[in-house]
Write a protein that binds this ligand. Structure first.
Ligand code: URA
Length: 233
C-alpha cells in the first residue's frame, strides 16, 4: 500500500495531511526518512511518524451487548453512542452491522469491514435475527395461535408496499415472546406487534445468524469476534 494511505489508516490523518507529513520529512520507513508519499509499504514495514511507531491493524470485528439508552448512529445529540462505549484506538472507524433502536438491548456487531457488514445485513443473505420481547398485552390461547400464523404468513406493515417475510413466533409466557425474523425493516419487531394490536415494552436481540450474544458480556461490554464467528457471514 502507498505510504500516505498507510498514514491515513494508522494515524487517522486525511490524505492531504499524510502527504504533507511525508513531504515535511516527518516520516521514517525502516529507519530512513522517506520523501515520496507513494512509497510502497506493507505490514512488515517499520513506519514511524514524529517518533511514534504506526502499526497497521487488520479489519476488526466485535460483538457488543448494547445497553438501553444508547444510539447506534455515530453522532447523537440526545444519547450516548456505541462509540462512547468502545475503548479501542480509532473506534470511530467501526460501524454497526445492523442497528438497534435506542431502547433495544442485546447483540450488535461492529466492524470496519464494509463487505462483511453488507453480508450480515443484506436481505439476500437473510440472516435470522432472534429477539426476546416483553409485551404490554398478554397473548394466549386462540390469540397466540392467530398471532403465530399471522407472523408466519407475513404482515403488511403501515407504510410498506410488501409484507414481512415469514417469521417464527413462540410465546414463552403470555407476555414474553421469542421472535425470529429474516430481514431488518425499520422498527420491524415493534411494528409487527403493533400490527396485531399489541405493544413491545422491552426488546432484546439474542442472536444474528448462528452467532449468539456472549452471556459473559455485561450491558455495554464488547469483545472481538472469534474467526469461526466472523466466517459465519
Ligand atoms: N425491531 C425493532 O423494532 N427494534 C429493533 O431495535 C430491532 C428490531
Amino acid at each position: 500500500m502507498r505510504l500516505d494511505k498507510y498514514l491515513c489508516e494508522t494515524a487517522d490523518l486525511t490524505r492531504s495531511l499524510a502527504k504533507r507529513a511525508v513531504r515535511r520529512e516527518e516520516v521514517r520507513v525502516d529507519g530512513e526518512v522517506v520523501k515520496d508519499p507513494s512509497t510502497h509499504v506493507d505490514e512488515t514495514s517499520d513506519v514511524n511518524w514524529l517518533g511514534q511507531s504506526l502499526v497497521l491493524t487488520g479489519p476488526r470485528y466485535l460483538m457488543m451487548n448494547k445497553p438501553t439508552g444508547v444510539e447506534c448512529t455515530s453522532h447523537s445529540s440526545h444519547y450516548p453512542t456505541l462509540h462512547d462505549l468502545i475503548d479501542l484506538p480509532n473506534a470511530e472507524r467501526l460501524h454497526p452491522a445492523g442497528r438497534l433502536d435506542v431502547e433495544t438491548t442485546g447483540l450488535v456487531f461492529l466492524t470496519d469491514d464494509g463487505q462483511w457488514s453488507h453480508r450480515v445485513t443484506s436481505p439476500r443473505h437473510a440472516s435470522a435475527k432472534v429477539y426476546r420481547a416483553t409485551l404490554a398485552e398478554p397473548v394466549e390461547g386462540r390469540a397466540a395461535e392467530k398471532a403465530m400464523q399471522s407472523f408466519a404468513d407475513g404482515l403488511l406493515l403501515k407504510g410498506d408496499s410488501k409484507p414481512t417475510r415469514p417469521a417464527e413466533l413462540h410465546m414463552l409466557t403470555p407476555r414474553d415472546a421469542r421472535l425470529t425474523i429474516h430481514e431488518g425493516k425499520y422498527h420491524q419487531v415493534r411494528r409487527m406487534f403493533a400490527a396485531i394490536g399489541n405493544r413491545v415494552e422491552t426488546l432484546h436481540r439474542e442472536s444474528i445468524g448462528p452467532v449468539q450474544l456472549d452471556p459473559g458480556l455485561a450491558p455495554g461490554e464488547c469483545r472481538m469476534l472469534r474467526p469461526d464467528e466472523i466466517q459465519c457471514f
